[in-house]
Design a protein around this ligand. Structure first.
Ligand SMILES: Cc1ncc(COP(=O)(O)O)c(C=O)c1O
Length: 453
């Protein structure tokens, strides 16, 4: 296949839409009711992005599967875009959460679980001190504030097409002329991100060198591998250069492991022996209970201790009444200790490999020139013959119409992929049979797509 036959794609999409509407009368009813009070019929606007004419309403979810209100069972390879990477409602997390629910959910005082959770994070990620938030977004925002306060520098640096949650400074992109502007879709930015942010392409060491040389960048905030424009892996030597250049220029290095936790129990950082100044993690660490955390070195901890006075410690732009609540901490402790264990990874990684090989087999059989990239327990296919080197290359290959068709066809065959790109994530509860169901659905979909292409 050299190019997608667009009229063929449109008619296949129409067929899948009709099938979806026919098979989901109850979801449709609930959506119509919800539309009266919820814009788009959803509790958060991006939930309209699913490829189906209206979203599937969930009746229940457990492990690697969920059931919708029309009685269909799905293999969940989206897993709440990593929030449920543990599998839905894992037993150990449930038990800890139930116990904590009976003993108070939030009281603005520490529990024993706080230290226990921090100790597990310290061991996994090699950073000694931790703070807790309700989301990875907040952890990133707070890490950036602290970096600016410590270094007394105004700017931050991110890689093009990064995503770090709804953090204002990070919704920046490189324009054609090399200047920085708001990312497409940026809603109501407080200031032009060109004023706060430098952006360089991932894997471009020379550009990074130039961008840090002015000495005004407080921190580089980076995913160790990009995961939010499809997976873009670092090239050999990139992380060594990133660490060397940040140290040489007095810039802090913050690694956001929220998604790259898929690389191993201590994320990409532990797997590849990286040494950031700060590290952010969220989503999966609480097994789905809202949680986030940021860790830092002893040196950063010492500098933080001098930043504020006791009298002002609650008004510094870092906090949140529910941050560090007892329920989140009980969930994090149980999830790290008993669910996202090294043993679980030793089962999840081969399943992601199996998924990759299945997709590659189908693509080869139909001469479809797309590339599959895997990072630990996560894998994705790009509409490109080779792995993208940076965010721009990955973004240039995106194809919204094609992606929607593939997602809806998968959904109609009992498979949920993330709505944002072509990603599959394995949980400790995922089985080889679940993976093979995806391969079979992908085979059927691709053969229909190429039939007259
Ligand atoms: C790398 C990364 N960091 C942070 C976040 C923000 O997570 P949350 O939306 O849970 O705050 C995301 C969300 O997708 C992410 O991919």
């Amino acid at each position: 296949m050299t190019a997608v036959d667009r009229p063929r794609l449109a008619s296949l999409m129409e067929r899948e839409e009709q099938r979806f509407v026919r098979e989901h009368p109850r979801s449709r009813e609930l959506h119509e009711r919800a539309r009266r009070t919820l814009p788009g019929g959803v509790p958060m606007h991006w939930m309209t992005k699913w490829a189906s004419p209206f979203p599937v309403f969930v009746e229940s979810a457990r492990g690697a599967h969920f059931r919708d209100v029309d009685g269909h069972e799905y293999v969940d390879l989206c897993l709440g875009d990593t929030g449920a990477m543990t599998g839905h409602s894992p037993e150990a997390t449930l038990a800890a959460v139930r116990r904590q629910l009976e003993r108070g959910i939030t009281h603005m005082l520490p529990t024993e679980e706080a230290a226990a959770a921090a100790e597990l994070l310290a061991t996994r990620f090699g950073l000694p001190e931790w703070q807790f938030t309700l989301s990875a977004t907040d952890a990133n925002r707070f890490a950036l504030r602290l970096a600016r306060a410590i270094t007394r520098r105004p700017k931050i640096l991110v890689f093009d097409y990064c995503y770090h949650g709804t953090v204002d400074e990070t919704f920046a992109t490189l324009r054609e002329d090399g200047s920085v502007g708001p990312r497409r879709g940026n809603i109501g930015p407080a200031v032009d991100p060109g004023a706060t942010t430098r952006v360089v392409e991932f894997n471009d060491v020379d550009a990074l060198d130039r961008a840090l040389a002015a000495g005004d960048v407080a921190a580089v905030l980076a995913e160790p591998a990009l995961t939010n424009i499809g997976i873009v892996l670092p090239e050999p030597g990139f992380h060594e250069a990133l660490r060397r250049l940040t140290l040489e220029n007095g810039t802090l290095l913050i690694l956001d492991e929220t998604h790259t936790l898929c690389a191993g129990p201590g994320g990409y950082t532990a797997e590849h022996h990286l040494a950031p100044d700060m590290l952010v993690v969220g989503k999966a660490i609480g097994g789905g209970i809202p949680s986030g955390a940021y860790g830092f070195t002893a040196e950063i901890a010492a500098r933080l201790a001098t930043l504020t006075t006791l009298e002002d410690i609650d008004v510094g732009g870092i906090g949140g009444t529910l941050a560090g609540n007892a329920l989140s901490l009980a969930a994090i402790h149980a999830t790290l200790e008993q669910v996202l264990t090294p043993d679980a990874y030793s089962r999840m990684v081969p399943l992601a490999q199996r998924w990759t090989e299945g997709v590659e087999r189908v693509l080869a059989a139909h001469a479809v020139p797309w590339h599959v990239t895997r990072l630990g327990t996560r894998a994705e296919y790009h509409f490109l013959p080779n792995a993208p080197r940076n965010g721009r290359e990955a973004a240039a290959a995106s194809d919204f119409e094609l992606e929607r068709y593939l997602h809806l066809a998968a959904l109609n065959r009992g498979i949920l992929l993330t709505p944002f790109h072509n990603m599959a994530l394995m949980s400790p509860a995922t089985t080889a049979d679940d993976v093979d169901r995806h391969t079979a659905a992908f085979e059927e979909t691709i053969s229909q797509l190429v039939a007259v292409a």
